[in-house]
Design a protein around this ligand. Structure first.
Ligand code: ADP
Ligand code: MG
Length: 724
């Protein structure tokens, strides 16, 4: 097939295909968590004592004895066998964003050659994948390339169904033989622990006596694009890089705003319903779905869960949505910016902390008593974002997310906190000393009543803020759509732990001086706001005024690229943060830096290679074919004595030559290997390589608007975005 034949055929296939019928959907109560070995199933199959022990482990993280582990393993296996499962796998989350698994059979044979099944506590608890090829920074030297996976009982095991059989999946941590974290789960669990310890201190100083373990919660809104596979299969860039490296803007983009919350195309709805039924079977509470701003863009948001479980579920969701979309003839794009000039995709990480005794500490609550706790926790977040803004920027940094941050459609690359008018005023008044305590130390008057009557206002939103308070939680809006939520959650939990530790120290000193609690809280928060209040910003995060003010007056950092952002992981303050809270040792932190930096370089180099390839082997030949058509036409006409205007041919020739000149420059740049440091290499990718790629694209996209449509082989934006 040549030229646009493949495009036309794709359009024909799409418009003539029928939606894929799903088996008759079953009622929610029948499918909910049917493939999950959750507490309810454990209670059915375990002895009372064993159930009590595992429940305690799940709820408090206390270690499980090996006898109980054996019983849980046996029960898990028996349950899985009733569902025709023959294999099991520890699932783990290496430092890259992927989900990893290694499958083992339950089967062993006995001396008579009969197959029996075996699954013991020790097999459940520990696996040993040949993990040497997972990126690990410099943690594992090759002579010690052993990695272990270990069962995380706090995240339930589940069955992954495929058409030909099913596998029991066991959420696990992944560590080196020396016990260093090689994954994203261990730091998340540790950060939750650190946050819990610090929060306990603050709450007891506030006079709370019954304080259950605190947990962070996460509800992640996931944005994504669906492109018909008939188109995607003709786009090597979409297939390999997940985004279009070429493509002229369509006549119609998103300027009509007619897609957002519009009616969902039938095919997409059929996909969503099958996807969500799968999620329900896996105990993932899918709650909201709708069209997003860009044509072809959608969102799904599950109901929030404990951060560790939510993070596992989020990974599983991303895996499933790609697989199920494929079945429905779509390529699901989780890339942060698949189409230039069209809104990109983010993942809004909604985050709060709480427990069963004090409830959600980021919920202002109804009583003054709750309010003081709320103000402390909210203040702790403000301090954290100000002090560790560059860390928050680093954990969301990726080659793909760089296209989004700061592009006036997604939050800017400056980390600030949005509180909403009312709350911002409360904190401002505290800072300005307007809310003071009476000398007698009694309950404060006037000023404080403002705090005590604080009402939450969930409707108040600021889409331009990267970090917004939304009534009873913070929403980290700058996270990229393809990223694991673990990195952001680790950073948020850990900065909160650090702030709560700081608050506990100050609070203790104030209380020791004899201040009553409200007075002590206000004094501590005043100091906090004096030092860190500059991060609070309620205005338009997209405006150039803010970009200037943030940097010049507020002392905040504007960090545009990953190359600029990642080195924050090497700063002393960040090392100290992670070491003092016990979340990451300096070696573990450094290894993350190395892995992320390498990933960044690799993804830009992959794209650069594709740009060279596509320019040379697809776009150049197309332009030449058109030129030869033009020249044939021109000489044919000349024979008839008609002179054809040659301006189009000249323009096409000029753009083609210009494109190939830049391609040569890009090839030369890619040959450079003598970088002294990884920082230098990252900067080279961010500036030189990316700059050249953009330049190639400018010429190629101009060619797309000049060359005859019937010759153009790459599906165009209007087709990919609008035909479903
Ligand atoms: P919006 O698009 O208006 O931000 P959505 O309803 O799409 O809101 O998503 C909000 C997300 O925040 C959901 O995943 C929801 O479960 C989650 N969420 C709600 N309350 C909390 C909370 N206390 N902690 C964490 N996440 C929460
Ligand atoms: Mg949101």
């Amino acid at each position: 097939m040549s030229g646009n034949e493949s495009r036309l055929q794709a359009i024909y296939q799409i418009t003539n295909s029928e939606t894929i019928a799903v088996e008759t959907p079953e009622p929610l109560n029948k499918i909910w968590a049917s493939d999950v070995f959750n507490l309810a199933k454990m209670e059915e199959s375990l002895s009372k004592n064993a159930f009590k022990a595992i429940k305690k482990t799940i709820q408090t993280g206390e270690q499980l004895d090996s006898a109980t582990a054996d019983m849980v393993a046996a029960a898990m296996k028996d349950w899985a066998l009733t569902k025709n499962v023959k294999f099991y796998s520890h699932v783990f989350y290496p430092m890259t964003n992927i989900t990893a698994e290694k499958h083992d059979g339950f089967i062993i044979t006995n001396p008579d050659g009969n197959a029996i099944t075996e699954f013991t506590g020790s097999l459940l608890i520990k696996g040993e994948p040949d993990g040497s090829s997972f990126p690990n920074g410099s943690i594992r030297t090759t002579n010690a390339a052993r990695g272990y996976t270990a069962w995380d009982p706090t995240s339930p095991a589940y069955i992954m169904q495929t058409d030909n059989g099913s596998t029991l999946m066991i959420p696990s941590v992944f560590m080196s033989w020396t016990g260093e974290a090689l994954d994203k789960k261990i730091p998340l669990l540790r950060s939750n622990d650190a946050m819990n310890k610090a929060a306990q201190k603050v709450l007891s100083l506030m006079g709370e006596t019954d304080i259950a373990t605190l947990n962070s919660s996460c509800g992640a809104e996931q944005e994504y694009f669906l492109v018909d596979s008939n188109f995607a299969n003709n786009r090597p860039d979409l297939l390999l890089a997940g985004r279009t490296l070429f493509g002229a803007p369509p006549a119609k983009g998103q300027e009509f705003d007619d897609h957002y919350f519009g009616s969902i195309p039938m095919r997409v709805q059929v996909f969503m319903q099958e996807f969500e039924d799968q999620l329900y079977k896996l105990g993932i509470p899918a709650k909201t779905h709708h069209n997003e701003v860009a044509p072809g863009q959608f969102e799904i948001a599950p109901y929030f869960e404990a951060a560790n479980v939510a993070a596992d579920h989020q990974q599983l969701m991303m895996t499933l949505m790609k697989a199920i979309a494929k079945k429905h003839g779509f390529l699901c794009l989780l890339h942060e910016k698949p189409f230039a000039g069209i809104n990109g995709s983010g993942k809004h990480v909604n985050w709060s902390v709480g427990n069963s005794t004090q409830g959600n500490l980021l919920d202002p609550g109804d009583t003054p008593h709750d309010n003081l706790n709320f103000l402390l926790f909210c203040g702790a977040v403000i301090r954290g974002v100000e002090k560790f803004g560059p860390l928050l920027r680093a954990v969301i940094a990726s080659a793909a997310n760089d296209h989004r941050l700061g592009a006036n459609e997604a939050p800017p690359a400056i980390l600030s906190v949005y509180l909403g008018d009312q709350l911002e005023k409360v904190f401002q008044d505290i800072k300005d000393g307007k809310i003071t305590t009476s000398a007698s130390g009694g309950v404060m008057d006037l000023g404080l009543s403002q705090i005590l009557n604080f009402e939450r206002d969930p409707g108040d939103r600021n889409r331009t803020s990267p970090f917004a308070f939304t009534g009873n939680r913070f929403e980290f809006r700058a996270v990229g759509s393809s990223q694991s939520v673990s990195g952001p959650l680790v950073a948020m939990n850990t900065m909160l732990a650090d702030s709560l530790n700081w608050i506990a120290e100050k609070l203790e000193a104030e209380l020791a001086k004899g201040s009553d609690k409200p007075a002590a809280v206000v004094t501590v928060l005043q100091e906090l706001m004096e030092q860190h209040g500059n991060v609070v910003f309620g205005g338009d995060g997209y405006s150039t005024d803010w970009h200037e003010m943030a940097v010049k007056e507020r002392g905040l950092k504007n960090i545009p690229t990953t190359a600029d952002a990642l080195p924050a992981l090497r700063e002393d303050s960040v090392k100290e943060l992670f070491a003092s809270t016990g979340v990451l040792s300096p070696i573990e932190l450094e290894s993350r830096y190395e892995v992320y930096a390498e990933q960044y370089v690799l993804s830009i180099e992959l794209e650069a290679k594709l740009v060279i390839d596509m320019a040379k082997t697809i776009i150049y030949p197309t332009a030449i074919a058109y030129l030869s058509e033009l020249s044939m036409a021109s000489s044919g006409m000349a024979e008839m004595g008609v002179e054809l205007d040659s301006s189009v041919a000249k323009k096409v020739a000029a753009e083609t030559n210009a494109m190939m000149t830049v391609v040569d420059k890009l090839i030369a740049a890619m040959a450079k290997h003598d970088f002294a440091t990884i920082e230098e290499h990252m900067q080279f990718c961010a500036n030189d390589i990316r700059g050249l790629m953009d330049e190639v694209r400018v010429h190629a996209d101009l060619l797309e608007t000049e060359v005859a449509d019937e010759l153009w082989p790459l599906p165009k934006y209007q087709e990919m975005l609008f035909i479903k």
